[in-house]
Design a protein around this ligand. Sequence first.
Ligand code: SAH
Length: 379
Amino acid sequence: MLQTPEGGLSPMAGEIAAASRPDVKSLAATELAAAFREWGEPAYRLRQLLDGLYRRRATEWGQLTDLPRRLRERLAERFTLQPLALERLQSEPDGATKFLWRLPDGEHIESVLLPANPALYGEGSDRRTLCVSTQVGCGFGCRFCASGLGGLRRNLLPFEIVEQVLAAERWRADQTAEPRPGRLIDNLVIMGMGEPFANYERVLAALRILNAPWGGSIGARRITVSTCGLPHQIRRFAQEPEQFRLAISLHGAADAVRSRIMPVNKRYPLAELLEACREYRRRKGKLLTLEYILIRGVNDAPDQAARLARIARELRAKVNLIPYNPVPGLAWERPEPDRQKAFLHRIRAAGAAATLRREKGASIQAACGQLRLRAETEP
Ligand code: SAH
């Protein structure tokens, strides 16, 4: 496979995996406009196409009945229009819903729809959040994570990221009697399978489509990208014009602890990561979120709480503590509830903002990669 030293695929690999025709939902409106100009089509035709794709969420060209047949044929010659197929659905008692999607080439990815909950990322507390994948598998091999167990298979193309939102909206429309129900998803966390910053250009292209008024129309401040900590990409992200949010998967507040949990820390140790975070802060003036999975006997000691609080205060970041969700085939366990709370209170006592994810939600919220794992290991 075409792997770069840091576990990402080379930019070519995704294009090789893709069909020779790009999918229409991988392209920005300006790119589509060029094709429409070339064909001598008026601007309102493009608006009709975008409305069909993103408002009515068409899955076949034939559904775009307001476009002339000849234009539909031209579009079909130039682009594919491929929906994701829902292969499995898992609903949890706490209201979370997990989707296992089949991609056009037969690979599988997951998205998780989180019920309205206290504001963890983004602003609102009554938001419905979709957790979205960016790669099939992952090349970084974090020791707690189900997604990385089989390594990296490939990068997702922009439309495969965009489609996770559209397909979830379609699923919900099928559930309701209303012909055009209101929008389901108003918050995104790019925290599913894969490392978004190892698929940077395609992820950004997808986020721009999801953010655009002609596309997904989800506000940039309601989109949070989570990274295992690639400093050069964090710097790059800080330069983007959009006000996307950033979360860092920290999970260890000293190099020895973090390297044991996340091999990426050996390549990019904490000092380098935190310097890039400072730059993000300086440029964006935005709140960062630090994700910290609590793992019994690995990263839950008082000295880690003290160091974590210091890091969070310095970055003016919010800490999000997540009790480790056991993964079949991986060794660790979560600390007892009292020890989780003690860790939380230590951080707060040291003057940093922190939340502890409630146990029930954690069972599904944290479990990205596990549904695919189960689907692929079951007969
Ligand atoms: N590569 C990106 C996105 C992957 S999601 C990143 O590293 O941020 C990573 C997040 O998923 C973690 O920060 C954690 O919040 C959650 N997660 C994954 N596996 C988990 C597990 N077994 N238990 C608890 N949380 C988990």
